[in-house]
Design a protein around this ligand. Structure first.
Ligand code: AVI
Length: 327
């Protein structure tokens, strides 16, 4: 295995200035919001890893089982894959499962890992180093910049397979998901593939436990955003004064995470030059996690320039893996 980093020009660290500007903008919207990407500092990422191990959060386990079961069919339907591009590298274990269960495959295989987190890239590269005959290229950057970079590179022989797992698509609203899928399409050529993992609509009590677990790990993941603002932007949020809420919005087909003020209070965030007055019960909307029906996933992919090659559905744990090709 060989590992290469993309050029430094690609490395885009999220600056404190951008964070401050986003906090200033989103926290003063009505309703108050914070972009969910800021949940993932080092502690937030560790808490998310813990969430993936919770008995009530099934996405990671179900998807891993499905990748193992259907990996072979993925590479049968999409022959001559010479390049895999994983957007949001996680810890590499799901991609390893896919490649292992997909043998025989083209050798050597080049795997591009795109993630803003250098810790995630390192851990993923370590996991994938167990595979033979694989070259790994790390792109420490946003998905969009990684896709632009790949689109601009000379194409090796064989097909590209983009992989976007973990129902990360569910954290985009509909226009955002469409824009993102179109950006993936632009980075691919006719006949290249995209494998998308997406969570399905399930009973409300199951969703409630998945996003408000009895151990309080998801609550800590959510409230850590305030810890991050206090540390990085000189905020004075009183953590005890905000509680985690997970709300199933059936009309919009999404689970929303919020932080609700337990009492009226004023919060100062120095680096954002912001004073915010919260009333009792007032909420900050921190994340949406959209849940789909299988047909909606296909429709969303088709309108972004793909055609469906296969869809595998786990009807018990309600998760879908969809393989499409660029048309
Ligand atoms: C990363 N993303 C797909 C997770 C989700 O299910 O929306 C993040 C998460 N939020 C709360 N629990 C997990």
């Amino acid at each position: 295995m060989s590992v290469h980093g993309a050029s430094n020009a690609l490395v885009r660290a999220e600056t404190a200035k951008e964070f401050a500007a986003d906090v200033q903008y989103y926290l003063t919207l009505n309703p108050r919001q914070l972009p969910s990407r800021y949940l993932y500092d080092a502690l937030g990422s560790a808490l998310f890893d813990a969430i993936c191990r919770l008995p009530w959060y099934g996405i990671t386990r179900t998807e891993a089982r499905m990748l193992e079961a259907h990996g072979r069919e993925v590479f049968d339907r999409l022959d001559r894959v010479s390049t895999i591009v994983e957007l949001g590298s996680g810890d590499g274990s799901k991609l390893r499962l896919l490649v292992q269960s997909g043998a025989p495959r083209t050798r050597p295989l080049t795997i591009h890992l795109v993630d803003v987190s250098s810790a995630a890239l390192t851990s993923s590269a370590r996991t994938l180093s167990e595979l033979d005959d694989v070259a790994i290229v790390l792109h420490e950057t946003t998905y969009e910049a990684g896709l632009d970079d790949l689109g601009a590179q000379p194409r090796p022989a064989g097909r590209r397979l983009a992989v976007f797992l973990g129902s990360n698509i569910g954290n985009f609203d509909a226009p955002g998901a469409d824009e993102f899928l179109r950006a993936i399409r632009r980075g691919l050529a006719l006949g290249d593939g995209l494998l998308l993992g997406a969570d399905l609509v399930k009973p409300e009590d199951v969703l409630q436990l998945a996003y408000d677990d009895p151990l309080g790990v998801t609550a800590a993941f959510n409230r850590n955003l305030l810890v991050r603002i206090n540390r990085e932007l000189g905020g004075d949020f009183d953590l005890e004064a905000f509680e985690h809420r997970a709300i199933w919005n059936a009309a919009a087909s999404r689970v929303e995470m919020h932080l609700a003020a337990k009492r009226a209070q004023r919060v100062r965030i120095r680096a954002a030059e912001l004073d915010v007055q919260f009333e009792t019960g007032e909420r900050i909307w921190t994340e949406s996690s959209y849940k789909y029906e299988p047909g909606q996933i296909v429709a969303m992919l088709e309108s972004a320039g793909f055609q469906c090659a296969a869809q595998w559905i786990d009807d018990v744990d309600r998760f879908a893996l969809t393989l499409v090709q660029a048309k």
